[in-house]
Design a protein around this ligand. Structure first.
Ligand code: NI
Length: 225
């Protein structure tokens, strides 16, 4: 499931983050990937230990926590602190699959069910840089307004096209979901969306309650931590 989340960050927040990021010290992005990624990754990142990464990452996660669609779509149990990357001067990231298991600072591990990219550059300000995601329906090229996010399965083959003009700056991170199976997550999101619509449309209260019970009973059956 590819999901476009609009206005995760407002324009003022994006501008403030960009001012800090544009003045930051970037390093070669190959320092944070395994062998498969290093062969195809040509971009820059903030160092993992950068205080700016920690500060802005927390801000991104706070915005995610406030966004009802983000929560309903991902059902997060663990989130890797966001990293920030920059593609310019022909930089790209060839086709790859993200690592399945990632280490967290507290010594625990995260299973990367879902990947999320939050765009911090307006599409008109750079050329190329599409995130291309392959799924069973083919390839999807994604280029979104600054402040918007794309949520997609970390298991999918994906790439970032070369940025031939300007710079593409983004935050990215992975989520371990309470519900590991993607089709089940999609079912829960569809049910949640339908319940909200029925409720907003003044549908029969008892029926809405019953459907809400079905949602929670499915979540109970399918969730794992
Ligand atoms: Ni990736």
């Amino acid at each position: 499931m590819l999901l476009h989340i609009e206005n995760l960050l407002d324009a003022a927040t994006v501008a403030r983050m960009r001012a800090r990021l544009d003045a930051a010290g970037w390093i070669d992005g190959r320092e944070t990937v395994g062998l498969q990624g290093a062969r195809v990754k040509r971009n820059q990142q903030l160092p993992d230990t950068s205080p700016l990464r920690t500060e802005l990452g927390r801000e991104v996660l706070a915005a995610c926590a406030r966004h009802p669609l983000f929560h309903a779509a991902t059902l997060p149990v663990k989130i890797l602190p966001p990293r920030f990357n920059r593609y310019a001067d022909g930089g790209s990231y060839g086709a790859h699959v993200d690592g399945a298991v990632m280490a967290l600072a507290d010594g625990t591990q995260l299973r990367s069910d879902i990947a999320c990219t939050v765009l911090l550059a307006e599409p008109g300000n750079y050329t190329g840089g599409e995130l291309v995601i392959e799924d069973t329906w083919g390839e999807h090229a994604v280029k979104l307004p600054a402040g918007d996010a794309i949520v997609y399965p970390a298991s999918s083959l994906h790439r970032v096209e070369p940025v031939t003009h300007g710079a593409r700056v983004a935050a990215f991170f992975w989520i371990q979901s309470l519900v590991r199976d993607e089709s089940r997550r999609r079912t829960l999101l569809q049910l949640d969306t339908a319940i909200r619509q029925l409720d907003a449309g003044g549908a029969d209260g008892a029926a809405v309650k019953q459907l809400t019970g079905v949602y929670h009973n499915l979540l109970r059956q399918w969730s794992e931590t």
